[in-house]
Design a protein around this ligand. Sequence first.
Ligand code: ATP
Ligand code: MG
Length: 397
Amino acid sequence: MDRVILIKYGELTTKKGNRKFFINTLYQNIQKKLKNMPVKISRDISRMYIHFRDEDLETILANINQIFGIHTYQVAYQVETDISKIQSTCLLALDGIHGSFKVETKRSEKSFPIPSTEFSRQLGGFLLKNRSDLTVDVHHPDTTLCVEILKEYTYVYSKVYYGLGGYPVGTQPRALLMLSGGIDSPVAGYLALKRGVRLDAVYFEALPHTSLEARNKVISLSKKLCQYTDHIRLHIVPFTKIQEEIYKKCDKDYGITIMRRMMYRIMQRLAKKYKALAIVNGESIGQVASQTLTSMQVINSVTNMPVIRPVACLDKLEIIELAKKIDTYDISILPYEDCCTIFVPKHPVIHPRLEECLKNEANFDYEKLIDEIVDQVITISITAEEKIENESFDSLL
Ligand code: ATP
Ligand code: MG
C-alpha cells in the first residue's frame, strides 16, 4: 500500500497575496533538504506530498522537523478514491490500534457521492463489523481516523505531527546575525530563521587575545544553524585594533559600551555591503550592563537599521532550553574566550551617557580603523554536515 507524507502549511495560508511565493519557497527548501534522498515531491495550493521509500521514512521525518513553514504533517495511506478501496485502507490503518476510535471525513471533492458525515458513519460501521475489539467514541476517541477525499486519491491517517511552524526561510530578505560563541546568539539566529529571514553571520574576532578554537566554536554553531537553512555565510571581522585602541584611549568603565557602538557601526557597513536589511543579535534586556535599556538606547543610536533581538524578553533559562532544543548549548558552553570577555572592565557603566561616549570616541580615529577592518573581513561559506547517503532517484521517478 502506498504511503505519502502530507505537509500542511498552516500560518502561510493567511498570506493571501503571497501564498504562491511562500509555497514555492517551502517547496524549494524541502527539495534542497531532501536532495540526497530518492523522494518525489509535488504540491498544490493546500498541501505538499512526499512519496518515499519505506526505509527512508525516519530520516525524512527528522529532516522535515528542521524545516520552517510546516504547520503539521501526516504519514498517510494513499488510495484511489473508490469506496471499497477506502474501506480496506481504513482497516489497514487501524492495524495495531486498540481502544476507541472515530472517523473524520473531509470531502474536498464534492463529486464524491456520499456527504462527509454520512461517509464517516458508514465507514465506522464497516470497521466495527471487521474489528469487534474496537469501540466508537465520537467525543473523546483514543484514535481519530482521518479520511481526506480528493478527486483521484484519498488519504487515510490516524496521527498528526506538528512541524516547526514559522515561515519558510527565504520568504524575507537577508539580515546579519551577530554570532558570538555564547548561548544567546545562536538561539536568536534560530528564531530569526523561523520568521523566514535569510541570515549571514558576523563574528568579531580579537586574535591573538582570542583563540582559533573560539573561531571554530562559531563555525560549529553556524553549522548547527544550517540545519534550518541551506547555508550561512560567516563573516569574520578582525576586531583587535579597535579593541586595543578602546582599551588604551577610553575610560575603562565605558569600554564595553564603546566597543558595542563600534560593533554596530561595523554591522551597518557590512549590512550595506552584503545587502542585509536588519541586524539580529542575542541581547536580552537587563542580562548584563551593556543590555540595560539605557545601554541599548545609547549603543543603538549609532545606527538607524532595525536591530532585531529575538531573545530580548526571554529569561536565561528559557534561552538555555531553546539552545538545548536546537543542539547548540553543548557547543556554546565550551570554555574559549570571546572578544568581549577579554576586555571586560571591573565596573562597566550600567547607565551610560551619550555625551561621554562621544567624548571618548573622539580620542581615536575609529572611522579609519573601521574602513580598514571592513576591507579585511574574511568570509566562509558554511553548510550543514552531510549525513544523508547519496541515493539513486530512479526507483521513484
Ligand atoms: P551570547 O549572548 O550569545 O550568549 P555573550 O553572552 O558572550 O554571548 P553578550 O555579551 O551577551 O554575548 O553580547 C550580546 C550579543 O552581542 C550576543 O548575543 C551577540 O549577538 C553579540 N556579540 C557579542 N560578542 C560578539 C562577537 N564576538 N561577535 C559577534 N557578535 C557578538
Ligand atoms: Mg548574552
